[in-house]
Write a protein that binds this ligand. Structure first.
Ligand SMILES: O=C(O)C(=O)C[C@]1(C(=O)O)C=C[C@@H](O)C=C1
Length: 373
């Protein structure tokens, strides 16, 4: 489709709209006590979650009547808000590094480039950084549409706030306060030709998401795990017979060639990241709530628990069973449903489930986010 030219008048109009939108949002945020007013009496810190909220971006998109696309408006606003937020108070966000992992891309999508994005070596360290107060937010993958759960994250979520299965409870304020569903398009990255590849490295999740492609296109080539896709890219940069599976941005960062694109087995490959933080997110009207519980080990216990959600007309969006560490045969269930505890039926459903469950812990409520990418 030929691209439409944007006229100078349209650009001026857009500029006016952006300024109006920002002023309107800032006035609302000050009224809600989310942003410091002129005398700086309210906690600027709280603005971190307020302006990082996808609802703000949605507000900008809803009020946009051209000429830019919704995606372009979101990108502009994300960076504007990121800049404003950093000018007020820098935000530290921990992610699984090194640079240009998908976790990094999810962090950029949510917080913008002006945030201080801190690479850590493991998913456990992402949680540690937030729990120990070194970062306000953490970005952790929790599930993938092809490969299922990300056990390292669920293991930590299961331990949050004295949740069932917790060996030592984390500080009680850590919770899921947002999500980023990121479309994942994997590339094969390397220094040499495809025919020279003897080894393919990546995070096991990425290898699994491309296993049919690997079997069909690189049969017999050794497949080895790496701590992240970007770490795999650095291994490929060091060895000409090694290729990595990762994001195109990781190739650019390491001077690698993209040897094949879109090698994921499922073209609708999406990883959902949880934003871990210490502030509860207010109700937006389009929210989700996550919890984890243990059902009694008896016939019909799980069906009874599910019936609560049917009774309260709450739509489940995620359910995952997870073995309780050190307790053979016992399982935790992660649940996510549409709704916010500020709604009566959500409050009632949680109270009913609490009565039936052996243990239950709320993991957080947050605005449902649109797909990124
Ligand atoms: O290694 C990365 O790039 C990550 O951000 C981790 C991770 C994951 O563990 O699920 C995130 C998204 C992709 O599904 C593959 C890998």
């Amino acid at each position: 489709m030929p691209k439409k030219k944007v006229t100078a008048a349209q650009l001026r109009k857009l500029d006016r709209q952006l300024v109006e939108l920002l002023n309107e949002r800032a006035a609302a945020a000050i009224a809600n006590g989310e942003l410091a007013d002129a005398r700086g009496e309210t906690a600027v810190e709280q603005s971190a979650s307020a302006v990082a909220d996808p609802a703000v971006l949605q507000f900008a998109v809803d009020n946009n009547d051209g000429p830019l696309s919704a995606g372009a408006i979101q990108a502009v606003f994300r960076e504007l808000l990121s800049g404003i937020r950093s000018a007020n108070q820098p935000i530290r966000v921990a992610y699984l590094g090194p640079a240009y992992t998908y976790s990094h891309l999810a962090a950029i999508a949510r917080f913008g480039q002006s945030a201080e994005l801190v690479a850590v070596a493991t998913i456990a360290s992402v949680f540690d950084e937030v729990e120990q107060g070194h970062a306000q937010f953490g970005v952790a993958p929790i599930e993938n549409s092809t490969d299922g759960r990300v056990a390292d994250s669920l293991e930590r979520l299961a331990r949050m706030n004295g949740a069932p299965g917790s060996a030592e409870a984390a500080p009680p304020h850590v919770q899921i306060c947002g999500e980023v569903p990121l479309r994942i398009h994997h590339c094969l990255l390397g220094r040499g030709a495809r025919s020279e590849i003897r080894r393919v490295c990546s995070k096991p999740q990425a290898l699994s998401q491309c296993r049919n492609w690997l079997a069909a296109h690189l049969p017999g080539v050794k497949v080895e795990p790496a701590s992240s896709t970007a770490e795999a890219a650095s291994l490929a940069a060091a060895e000409p017979d090694t290729a990595a599976i990762g994001a195109e941005q990781a190739a650019t960062n390491h001077g690698l060639s993209v040897l094949a694109r879109n090698i994921e087995d499922n073209s609708e490959n999406v990883t959902r990241f949880a934003i871990i933080g210490t502030h509860a997110s207010d109700r937006t009207g389009k929210d989700k709530t996550s919890l984890v519980f243990e059902a009694p080990h008896e016939p019909g216990a799980l069906a009874d628990a599910m019936a609560i959600f049917k009774r309260h007309r709450l739509n489940l969006t995620w359910i995952e069973s997870f073995p309780i560490p050190g307790a053979r045969g016992r399982y935790l269930f992660f649940l996510e449903f549409q709704g916010h505890p500020a709604e009566l039926r959500v409050k009632r459903a949680i109270a009913s489930l609490r009565k039936k469950a052996l243990r239950l812990s709320l993991l957080g409520s947050y605005a449902e986010a649109d797909m990124v990418g």
